[in-house]
Design a protein. Structure first.
Length: 90
């Protein structure tokens, strides 16, 4: 994304860059640029795959339950995160 570094970019040039960068992603052809760029209000949020984030959220909820005193004192939640990438662990 250094193509427009230190310069002004129009919406059309941005769209062209994104479409060329993600040309192998089928969903990019269906993206509603008109709504996102030109219609008033906030467009509907796309549905995201939350598989990875849900696992992290469940682990966070387990830790919060220990802090809230709902779990047995001193007993930490058991979750196997050994297969998680470094990015998911941080």
């Amino acid at each position: 994304f250094d193509k427009f570094k230190f310069s002004t970019v129009t919406s059309q040039k941005f769209v062209e860059l994104v479409e060329s960068y993600f040309k192998d992603v089928p969903a990019i052809k269906e993206f509603d640029w008109e709504t996102w760029l030109h219609k008033p209000g906030m467009p509907e949020t796309p549905t995201f795959d939350r598989t990875l984030s849900e696992e992290c959220e469940h682990l966070a909820d387990a830790w919060v339950s220990v802090d809230d005193g709902e779990a047995a004192k001193g007993v930490l939640p058991k979750h196997d995160i050994s297969g998680w990438s470094t990015g998911r662990k941080t």
